[in-house]
Write a protein that binds this ligand. Structure first.
Ligand code: PHE
Length: 342
């Protein structure tokens, strides 16, 4: 072999190859081609044995020197390629920390949520437990067990959405009372918020709305306990100067039944637009749990008595926040909800 010429020629090809290397991947390829196990320089080493023995040491030295030179050269270029690559990456990933960030828009609690939270905290303070009933009920729980059998005229007030013959969308959270009394022995003190459904639709009615039910059953509970508790509730929700009054009413599942009014918190009882000049605003229905309902739930009415109340959350929200159309509560417009942020 023409060793010296081989060596110079390899050197020239290495210089040529490294000159315009752009990536460390091609760098690795070229390095393998010359220095890898089967690369050109190690192959030269293997050919040493074909030389006459006296020439081998000198030639060995020359090849070693070539290998060292090549390694040095590759390392130099490798550094340059890597630095260029890093630079390119920095440029690509560069961010302007002075640019304004992408702000996430803040939501707001719905007025219903604000009222429910407030009611829950007022009643929890009086020792009420939360019970969440079911929205799909049977005719029995929504009506019959609540002393409203199939032929009862009060059913007319709460026509409903039926889901086949046995199931319906509950028209009142009162349906939950029956589940609670069936599964729990007195003393009972529960508060039950939830959605209810009725085929009504106008400025103050929606086919789906929310109610808050309360139920207290124990020995010796009277209408006075209901009145005392309502006074407390009204003061906390509508303001400390507010009074309550009870008016006779009718619900099949309470006896006696009452409609509860609060003195107008807008005009202080003098008469204004909100209270339609009467000085009073109706806020909920209530009464003493009917003996028949207690019996239906396996509670002895001679031993226990109780009261129940139910209010419309949207109605309370509309009164408290001065909202004049119920539809606004169902549009999901955050600009609307934001006005009631606490
Ligand atoms: N469930 C009644 C309604 O929806 C309200 C109510 C609840 C009345 C509890 C008395 C007792 O109109």
């Amino acid at each position: 072999m023409d060793n010296i010429r081989d060596i110079d020629e390899i050197k020239a090809r290495i210089e040529e190859a490294v000159k315009d290397i752009k990536s460390s991947a091609t760098m690795r390829e070229i390095k393998m081609k010359f220095l890898g196990k089967a690369g050109e320089i190690p192959s030269l080493m293997k050919k040493l044995k074909d030389l006459p023995p006296e020439e081998r040491p000198a030639m060995g030295k020359v090849i070693n020197a070539l290998r060292e030179w090549a390694e040095g050269r590759f390392n130099e270029f490798e550094k340059m390629v890597k630095a260029a690559e890093m630079d390119e990456r920095y440029q690509k990933e560069k961010i302007d920390v002075t640019l304004p960030g992408n702000r996430r828009k803040k939501g707001a609690y719905h007025p219903d949520t604000l009222i429910v939270d407030e009611l829950v905290s007022v009643f929890a303070g009086m020792g009420f437990e939360i019970y969440e009933g079911r929205e799909i009920e049977t005719d029995y729980y929504n009506f019959t067990a609540l002393n409203t059998p199939k032929d009862h005229p009060a059913r007319d007030m709460q026509d409903t959405f039926y889901l086949g013959a046995d199931y319906l969308l509950r028209t009142q959270t009162s349906a939950g009372q029956v589940h609670v009394m069936e599964s729990k022995k007195p003393p009972i003190k529960i508060l039950s918020p939830g959605k209810v459904y009725r085929p009504d639709d106008d400025a103050t009615h929606s086919p789906m709305f929310s109610q808050m039910e309360g139920l207290v059953v124990d020995k010796g509970i009277t209408l006075c306990d209901l009145k005392g508790m309502l006074d407390e509730f009204a003061k906390k929700i509508f303001g400390s100067g507010v009074k309550t009054r009870l008016r006779p009413s009718y619900f099949p599942f309470t006896e006696p039944s009452v409609e509860v009014d609060v003195s107008c918190f807008e005009c202080g009882g003098k008469g204004c637009k909100l209270c339609k000049g009467t000085g009073w605003i109706e806020v909920l229905g209530a009464g003493m749990v009917n003996r028949a309902v207690l019996e239906n739930c396996g509670i002895d009415p001679d031993e226990y008595t109780g009261f129940a109340f139910g209010m419309g959350i949207e109605r309370i929200a509309m009164l408290k926040y001065g909202i004049n159309n119920m539809k606004l509560l169902f549009e999901g417009d955050v600009r609307f909800s934001k006005q009631f942020r606490v």
